[in-house]
Write a new protein. Structure first.
Lengths: 231, 105
């Protein structure tokens, strides 16, 4: 196995392990709903995005109209377009077939570890191998977690707080990315706006908050540049 | 519309969102330093928005869950000190279990 593949697997392993309980939570949500377990599991293959899948299953169970169900999933997943923008410069050096197929595996975790790795790994082939290894491992654990969740069903008590693994995993990704004042400001703004906009429909608060965070960080970038330019 | 068809459409839509900028990347050319710096803000902003939503927002609006909040602070400190996702998750989960058991929160 090549060094970038080993590195991708090693970097992604703890994040992939934490995708397992998230998958479990999704599987339990599916079993608790009126949706067929097979249809629910198909979501893990077709959508590959936990928060959107959970919201979809809950809305389908509640009998929501199809535009609401599909629209909610897509709104929650708009952050994937942001990750796509962040990774586009690196992916531009890949062959067309990879540019069109590898985005299928794009998840929060795969995006963040790759963005971080690509800062010091410049070779396009190595970047592609690293991303593929990391993203496949994370997706694999998500699929396994979903299946286990469906099989375990209601036998996972809520008191286990297994759902806390999800914010803990994202914290582990967030903290190393806070490398300067603009990134800290972007994160703080996004967190505050996410809570302040909690009343918005399913998942919209996250996209609004992320855009507000990016805008505030951008302002801070502009200010630091201006300060540097001063004599 | 059947649930499976709705999931398929959401899956295709999600794939197109993932593909969006990557699919156009070959035509976009190399980003400027200004654009690159802005792209570096995406991950922290999205992650912080998700974390805050998970810790503070429930189905019915804002939620009070002290064990998760304290566990979140401790997990954040552990992530800062050790930079390890595995250690962060294990310590965070253990903290939440201990706090729940001790304080009945």
């Amino acid at each position: 196995m090549s060094e970038p593949a080993r590195r991708g697997l090693r970097t992604a392993l703890p994040l992939a392990v934490s995708a397992l309980p998230f998958g479990l939570v999704y599987g339990v949500v599916v079993v608790d709903s009126s949706i067929s377990p097979w249809v629910g599991l198909a979501g893990s293959w077709l959508i590959l995005a936990g928060a959107a899948q959970i919201s979809m299953v809950e809305l389908l169970h509640a009998g929501a109209a199809w535009p609401v169900v599909i629209g909610t999933a897509l709104v929650i997943n708009t952050r994937m377009a942001l990750y796509s923008a962040a990774l586009a410069p690196a992916f531009s050096a890949f062959d067309r077939r990879w540019r069109w197929t590898l985005p299928y595996l794009l998840t929060d975790q795969a995006a963040v570890v790759s963005i971080s790795e690509f800062e010091h790994r410049r070779d396009p082939r190595e970047r592609r191998v690293f991303y593929t290894a990391a993203a496949l491992l994370i997706a694999g654990f998500w699929w396994v977690g979903s299946v286990l969740g469906v099989l375990a069903g209601g036998s996972i008590p809520e008191e286990t707080n297994i759902g806390f693994a999800v914010p803990a995993m994202f914290l582990a990704l967030l903290v190393p990315s806070l490398s300067n004042r603009p990134t800290v400001l972007a994160a703080v703004t996004a967190a505050v706006v996410s809570v302040a906009a909690a009343g918005l429909p399913n998942g919209v608060n996250i996209t609004v908050a992320a855009l507000a965070g990016i805008a505030s960080g951008r302002l801070a970038l502009g200010r630091s540049r201006s300060a540097e330019a001063m004599p | 519309m059947s649930p499976l068809l709705q999931i398929i459409i959401a899956g295709v839509g999600t794939y197109l969102l993932r593909l969006s900028f990557i699919g156009l990347s070959a035509r976009l050319g190399a980003p400027s330093a200004r654009t690159e710096a802005t792209l570096g803000l995406i991950a922290p902003a999205v992650l912080a928005a998700i974390i805050a939503d998970q810790l503070f927002v429930g189905d019915q609006g804002l939620v009070v869950q002290w064990s998760w909040w304290i566990g979140g602070v401790i997990a954040g400190l552990v992530a800062w000190r050790w930079r390890s996702a595995g250690i962060t998750m294990v310590v965070g989960l253990v903290c939440v279990w201990v706090l729940d058991a001790m304080l009945g929160m």
